[in-house]
Ligand binder design. Sequence first.
Ligand code: ADP
Ligand code: MG
Length: 419
Amino acid sequence: MRQVQFLEAWSGGEAGQGPEQVVTLFRRVYGQEPEGVWSAPGRVNLIGEHTDYNAGLCLPIALPHRTFVALSPRRDHQVRLVSSMTPDACVQVGLDGLQARGVTGWASYPVGVAWALREAGYDQVGGFDMALASCVPVGSGLSSSAAMTCSTALALDEVFGLGLGGSDQGRVTLIEAAVKAENDMAGASTGGMDQSASMRCRAGKALRLDCRPGLTAMENVTQVPFDLKERGLELLVVDTQAQHQLNDGQYEQRRSTCEKAARILGVDNLRQVADQVSASRDPAAALQEVLDRLPDEVTRHRVRHVITEIARVDQFIEAFGRGDVHEAGRLFDASHDSLRDDYQVTSPELDLAVDVARAEGAYGARMTGGGFGGSVIALVNAGKSRDVAQKIADGFQARGFHEPRALAALPSSSARKEC
Ligand code: ADP
Ligand code: MG
């Protein structure tokens, strides 16, 4: 059997390899020293899936895997960029007269951040030279894109003296610029969970994100204790490398089913129903009453997922908080089973990875992200990730699936200056 691809984080505590790589690249391409190095993490959502557009809850952590940018400001309005993924191709873009969707390819993300800050009135943001390197797997649903936009935003904040990176409130402005860069320059639709996680997560904590409309960015975030290390645990993340197929209309279908159901139930969003159900004396009976008011079997399944999943977020926080790892794992399992059976967004790869993780002694395992591909997470004892990942890779090989790749995560810190 082939050895599983296991991706180590570069910084891993002593922050060595990432800054070094990116400074070396910067020197080689621009022939001088960068003004500094900044980094931002990828993220993974622990629980609360397909709840964001239902005004629900989700619970991301920052990965130890980060994107590093070495950057120096320029006196003009030109931006030069190089990524270690294509180290021989330096991209150059002018900021003057730049319009939405005016840049294509990966450069649209960092250039988009500068553009978005300028659009927000931060005229002092000018041109810059930047080199970028990352150990966040790209395109796996672990948010390499937010790691890139958030590290860029923090770098620009400092070199152009915006004064935003040092406070939560200021970071909210940087998050908005990162979101605008992805949505309006890169043309990649994103809701903001990824950027909030990358900018606001803390080591040893999960970020409880409340997606109800009308909450300010200061009100919608709570830091929740999630110290895996202290409990002798770690989070295995397995990227199935199966194709995302969210673009074939499945995602929009789920969304519109939820919106229709909310209209039938006479509420603005399913969160309102979820809150009523969980506040009632007999939540199971209250849920059944809600489902009985829906017109068809498919809608009942979809709504049951959303309502039970929103409840599981706080149940998970509570279970982990009182040290009940088995119950926390059971909630992972329940989340996956609900996404498989009620919401129907899993795939053979996701289901197999989860089944193998459970059989190999994980406390619980579930798909994470939109589904139809992407990644799986499993709560395992510290040091067990590689073994469980190997078993999953063996299972994939036997079934003729793509080779997966894996990493081990502890909840890590948000965007920061490295040196
Ligand atoms: P995810 O955020 O889940 O990794 P996305 O599709 O949102 O997936 O973002 C992936 C895109 O981000 C890539 O196609 C590429 O354009 C860009 N990207 C991410 N990291 C890098 C990097 N280190 N170098 C160049 N481009 C990158
Ligand atoms: Mg992304």
